[in-house]
Design a protein around this ligand. Sequence first.
Ligand code: ADP
Ligand code: MG
Length: 240
Amino acid sequence: MIQFSGVNKWYGSFQVLKDINLDIGSGEVVVILGPSGSGKSTLLRCINQLEVISDGDLTVNGFKVNHKKTNLNKLRQEIGMVFQHFNLYPHKTVLDNITLAPTRVRKLNKSEAEKTAMQYLTKVGIPDKAKSYPSQLSGGQQQRVAIARGLAMKPKIMLFDEPTSALDPEMIGEVLDVMRDLAKEGMTMVIVTHEMGFAREVADRIIFMDEGKILEMTKPSEFFENPKNERTKQFLSRIL
Ligand code: ADP
Ligand code: MG
């Protein structure tokens, strides 16, 4: 589903991604760990071309994303993304936030889109909030709306960039529960998170990045119990 092959990226003279090689299969859940500034967000954002790779090859869902002729809108339709800050439209209701892209991009009619939106709001546990505005919701509820909004486009891949980092501790669990369900249903997911318990439980593979490189790529049990790399050990000793 996602294939990085010798990918490098520079911001000016600063190399943010260094020789990234990574194959993510359909239905796989990959968690990316690593210290701040190691390139996790950049790697994630390359997948839907919010960032452009400098060289190497990157294929996502059959699209060569670094190819000039690739239709970016088509590529992005298949990829949902959830950010640390929920990025909901404040002046639109929850329902309108969710139906916006399906009606504009997928050209669903309003009632179809609303029906789908309600299904996903039910899935994330807040169908009763359809007519509310984002400011009337808790952070955890807003993030669940953001997830429902991503799902309403019926994506093949969901990307999550620290989806619980801006939440109060008591709200983290409800968002992780939704993500756990999605993983069980076979969604292809790439997740940057600092939630180690979740990573260990849900990930098929853990990737550890430092200074733009993938230093470790292995099963969670192996990663947490038997890390190979010295920097992985340091990282784990600081957070566990
Ligand atoms: P992480 O998500 O692991 O914290 P990022 O991918 O956000 O790391 O950033 C990796 C490095 O690239 C950081 O040193 C950051 O300062 C730098 N960086 C990120 N975005 C830009 C940009 N648009 N221009 C220049 N440098 C950037
Ligand atoms: Mg980041």
